[in-house]
Design a protein around this ligand. Sequence first.
Ligand code: CP3
Length: 341
Amino acid sequence: MKNDLLLRVARGERTERPPVWLMRQAGRILPQYREIRSRLSGFKELVETPELACEVTIQPVDELDVDAAIIFSDILVVPEAMGLTYEMIEARGPVFPKVIECLADIENLIPAADAAENLHYVYDAVALTKKELNGRVPLLGFAGAPFTIMAYMVEGKGSKTFSKAKQMLYREPEMAHKLLNAITETTIAYLLKKVAAGADLIQIFDSWAGVLSADDFQTFSLPYIQRIAAALQPLVPVTIFAKDAFHSLPEIAAANCNVVGLGWTIPVAWGRAQMGEKQVVQGNLDPCVLYSELPKVKELTNNMLKAFGPHHIANLGHGVYPDTPLDAVKCFVDTVKEFRY
Ligand code: CP3
């Protein structure tokens, strides 16, 4: 591989500068993405057509010169493969016409091995992208954490509170564990195939971890993430990004992972103190910093890099917002690439 900086840092090596990429770098910030997207029937056509997914995965590598590509897909392909299809509604987000309401709904889900077979379009996209990248940068694979996936499967759409999904945790905890277990088994089968197709690192997104108390996170989320990470870690480095689970950083670091993702609300020095200087971390600039004037983007990016020191993968604290000016994104990436420890 020509540029394996990110993989070396993920494995604990010291390098002369941090690697940099952005969550949601493949998407609406790029005019090239919006152009392709405008010609298609919808988001799912892009996700399900390997040639198109490959093309938009590589766009940010060409345009931004980032140190990693992340396969263009979505965390919601997993519940779909298990039998709950989703619709991506323009300007509203995902909606599931059918949701999980009772034990029979869980028992009727497609078993892990068959569900993983339903995701061939993802493995084809990974294999094609890996070939097209030709070793330029690592290709990252990902999946949602079981709790975040469960939240969509029960709630049926996005939510600020996910109170309907959380209701199951309190009223039917055994049912919740059954569902979480089914999602975990499918996710492991899926990610093993994604790695076999060529993914060089796997990131687990627990985007809604922040709606859980520390106890609930450690009961309903972390043990399942840990099982997934344990299945993958012999093969590739694993990043766990449990957004806003500030209360459980040492536990996350101990959950068979190489890299801990940090949201922007976590102060760098405090996060470091929780896990130690040697723990590889990823993040955590507030995506809204990229609305600043360029000198300020540069200053705040440099401040972040200095605060983290080595064993750091530079990124935002969550996905880049679609209306972020491209010159600010480029300024962020270039600032990291010019930085030296
Ligand atoms: O560049 C990349 O990071 C790779 C692609 C990627 C997408 N979704 C493409 C996408 C990744 C890694 C995801 C993960 C994902 N999807 C998460 C976890 C990460 C996070 O942001 O917390 C979640 C929660 C989802 C579910 C999802 N997908 C929502 C809530 C939405 C609607 C909101 C939005 O941003 O529009 C999506 C749609 C989606 N996924 C888009 C993209 C590029 C936008 C749809 C479009 O282009 O029409």
